[in-house]
Design a protein around this ligand. Structure first.
Ligand code: ADP
Length: 304
């Protein structure tokens, strides 16, 4: 469905995208996971024909995003990162506006947006600017869907939205996917990686890894420990000061820890911490999280 080859983009000589290539299959829910400034929005604006790449080529269903931009705009629905609706128009007026721009009506395509729009329809007379974050996001999704696109491009739709609305949003995406729509989504939230069919980890305009989230975790070959002790602040400091440490960072109420050398085991870590006078020390091997792997990949890349 999407075939992107060697996409590069610079702003005033600074590279935002460096030779990015990837493919997305029809019907996939494909996620770009990466921190602020990774290049996600630039890439999505190129995919939706709103920004020209400096070099490289993207084809969507065989159509070139530069030469065939009119067709691309018909078959893609785009939800930009920033709130893109008209704050002074009501919910219903916003939706009507987008339907009209694409030569359709709410009635004609109601079946496509039903599950999403249902949830905000009771507030259809309310101005969009007065909606909560979660409701704005559902209205923006309805507007992106109203012309029945084959591809949905969602730029950080869950950023700044509360946890319940985030969960509801992903449920809606799952429903849309069942109806065959292809979805490309970006997010800075690592926990959302697990909800995608495949993810691309992106940093400084480069893709570090592309795979199914399960495969990324399975193929990771370092041992990750969860470490706890009474004084977590001192614990983090001491672990970071340990010459054997590769990574040590707070992860919820524990520290995720990896060693440079896997010949070191939990007992060695406990011994080191006992020598540093820590108490109630717990060291356990855990299944790595995508975030552990991403941190490792990012740092390895930075050290190159
Ligand atoms: P993300 O969506 O992952 O946060 P962006 O694509 O917005 O990443 O930004 C990638 C890089 O390009 C960042 O360093 C950002 O500051 C820079 N950038 C983005 N848009 C512009 C612009 N219009 N002018 C100059 N620099 C930009």
């Amino acid at each position: 469905m999407i075939d992107a080859n060697s996409i590069s983009k610079q702003y005033n000589g600074t590279a935002a995208l460096k030779n990015i290539s990837f493919q997305v299959e029809e019907g996939e829910l494909f996620g770009f996971i990466g921190p602020d400034g990774a290049g996600k929005s630039s890439l999505f604006r190129i995919l939706t024909s709103l920004l020209l790449p400096d070099s490289g080529q993207v084809k969507i269903f065989g159509f070139n995003v530069v030469d065939d931009y009119k067709h691309i705009r018909k078959i893609t629905g785009y939800m930009p990162g920033r709130f893109s609706l008209y704050s002074d128009l009501s919910v219903e007026e916003n939706l009507e506006f987008f339907a009209t721009v694409f030569g359709t009506t709410i009635k004609e395509n109601y079946h496509i947006i039903r599950n999403v729009y249902n949830q905000i329809e009771p507030f259809k007379k309310r101005r969009a600017g007065k909606l909560s974050g979660g409701m704005k996001q559902k209205l923006a999704l309805s507007c992106a869907l109203i012309h029945n696109p084959k591809l949905l491009v969602l730029d950080e739709p869950t950023t700044g939205v509360d946890a319940v609305s985030r969960k509801e949003f992903w449920e809606l995406l799952k429903d849309l996917k069942k109806n065959g729509i292809t979805i490309v989504i970006s997010t800075p939230y690592m926990d959302e990686a697990q909800l995608c069919d495949r993810v691309a980890l992106i940093q400084h305009g480069e893709i570090l890894s592309v795979d199914k989230p399960g495969n990324i975790i399975r193929n990771y070959n370092r041992v990750v420990y969860s470490v706890k002790a009474d004084n977590m602040y001192e614990l983090l400091k001491d672990l970071r000061g340990f010459p054997e440490t590769l990574h040590a960072y707070a992860f919820g109420d524990v520290i995720h820890y990896t060693c440079k050398n896997d010949s070191l085991d939990a007992e060695n870590i406990v011994l080191y911490l006992e020598n540093k006078q820590h108490s109630s020390i717990e060291v356990n091997i855990i299944t790595p999280d995508i975030e552990d792997i991403f941190i490792d990949l990012m740092q390895s890349k930075n050290n190159q």
